[in-house]
Design a protein around this ligand. Sequence first.
Ligand SMILES: C[S@@+](CC[C@H](N)C(=O)[O-])C[C@H]1O[C@@H](n2cnc3c(N)ncnc32)[C@H](O)[C@@H]1O
Length: 237
Amino acid sequence: MIMIDKKPKTIGVMFDRIAPTYDKVNTILSFGTDRLWRKTAIRHLGIKKDQKVLDVATGTGELASLVLSKVQCTITGVDLSREMLAIAEVKAKNRGFSDRLFFINGDALKLPFTEHTFDNAMVAFGLRNMMHIGDFLDEIYRVLIENGKMAILEFSLPANPLMRRIYLFYLKTLLPYIGGRVSGNSGAYRYLYESVFSFPPPGKLLALMHTHGFEITAMKPIFLGIAHLFILRKKAL
Ligand SMILES: C[S@@+](CC[C@H](N)C(=O)[O-])C[C@H]1O[C@@H](n2cnc3c(N)ncnc32)[C@H](O)[C@@H]1O
């Protein structure tokens, strides 16, 4: 079994290092499809005008910006990496979203908000970096209103054995090579392989989400199963 250091400090420093090239590498490695995946997540979440939305592990704020280009809501993005947030701030300003999009440097497992603050929450490619998935689900449960919804978009391994082998080869060899060349940090992209490989499969995640008080209203494999989208609703106690 691969042991990965997911301490907040380690993760924050790693993303600080790759922040300047993060968006560019994402587009290259996903062949430009990452934007479509985020759009699918947003469509399923169904955010409404003036709702309060939490974007956990917001990174450079791509998901939040996509939401604001469609719906006039208010979004708070939280992330461990100051450098990712610095880029997010500049992008939000350039896109004219500064009055609706706010950023906080912090840990998803210790959210600085009171109970029942948000109508919706979302997290794209952030969950597998967290030390304790259960603690994260508890935090989101706490800050969401009753019946509030959350979208989780995360990498997974394809169920089809051939696809899985091809994808693992890509993840283990090509991805660190290309990611390393563009970002100058192949370690971060080796971590990507390790974190995807050791992440619980969708069935296990579903069970965990149920245990932590959520009803699953949709689960959708994306791009032949290399990612999964989950839409959760906070059940009343
Ligand atoms: C792969 S990036 C995803 C960024 C963005 N959501 C996107 O879709 O491009 C993962 C982000 O999660 C952040 N992150 C990881 N663990 C976190 C935690 N415990 N609390 C807050 N942010 C975290 C990292 O700093 C990084 O910016």
